[in-house]
Design a protein around this ligand. Sequence first.
Ligand code: PHE
Length: 345
Amino acid sequence: MEDKLRSLQQEAIEKVNEAQDLKELNNIRVAYLGKKGPVTEALKGMGKLSAEERPKMGALANEVRGAITETIEAKQAVLEKEAVEKKLQSETIDVTLPGRPVKKGNHHPLTMIVEEIEDLFIGMGYTVAEGPEVEKDYYNFEALNLPKGHPARDMQDSFYITEETLLRTHTSPVQARTMELAKGKGPIKIICPGKVYRRDTDDATHSHQFTQIEGLVIDENIRMSDLKGTLNVFAKKMFGEDREIRLRPSFFPFTEPSVEMDISCKICGGKGCRVCKGTGWIEILGAGMVHPNVLEMAGFDSKKYTGFAFGMGPERIAMLKYGIDDIRHFYTNDTRFVTQFGTEE
Ligand code: PHE
């Protein structure tokens, strides 16, 4: 039995020394020291030994076990170190490689246009004013010279919440509110961007919710020529120095006289094409001199003060500027669309 144990020890140690990796080493451990391994098997024969021999063999068996375990542990340390080194070598980092670019977000094209327009007017001395989207019928219509039952209310199909409240159909109520707050004292020079709502069926050029920017100037001696000059600067800064503007007579209940502004078509240079529907001109905004009734209702003396107002849709302006063919692109948040318009900062 002694010989058997000794030869097992030698055999196991040899195998351990030859082991190539941790898995193989573990297999050897299980094979020699496991419950069904040869060392345990050999010890089963102890019963046949004399009382004298038994403790000796027991001690020897423990010694063999200990020797094998020790060799295994030593080998394990070596193999583990090797494995770590191998891993380190295979994972060396090339610090000279260029980094992966971090994706930067960009502003929504509509935000970009609104901010561009705001900046332009801020540069001309305007301040930005805002008002509520859930608006009183009074500010949305009545204070703008559109009393209840006025046929021109039909120009703007509205979402009413109660008889007296609605989702504002334009940004013009901010005019009425700002004038009221000024308590009859000019000057006022504001630009008001914001969301507006109309009962429209959504299609390529209509949306039940869209954006407007309103401008209002009130002071002594404000004339139509001031409006024209301001709109001319705006059109050239926004669409290019080579663009012409023209004012066409129009109607809005809150301005008198009222106009619509067109800019010359960039695509055909004024000759007429599909984009300008053959006219050479593209409609951009509505404007006019503030109606005396609107001034008086807000507490301004219309003999002393005059003013002009204009209102435009940034979606339409962005569509013309960037050649966008469907207004719905602005609201569906398809990143392939919204990331096309340049990254800011
Ligand atoms: N509020 C008008 C509209 O929504 C636009 C406008 C504003 C016209 C100011 C004239 C003056 O149609």
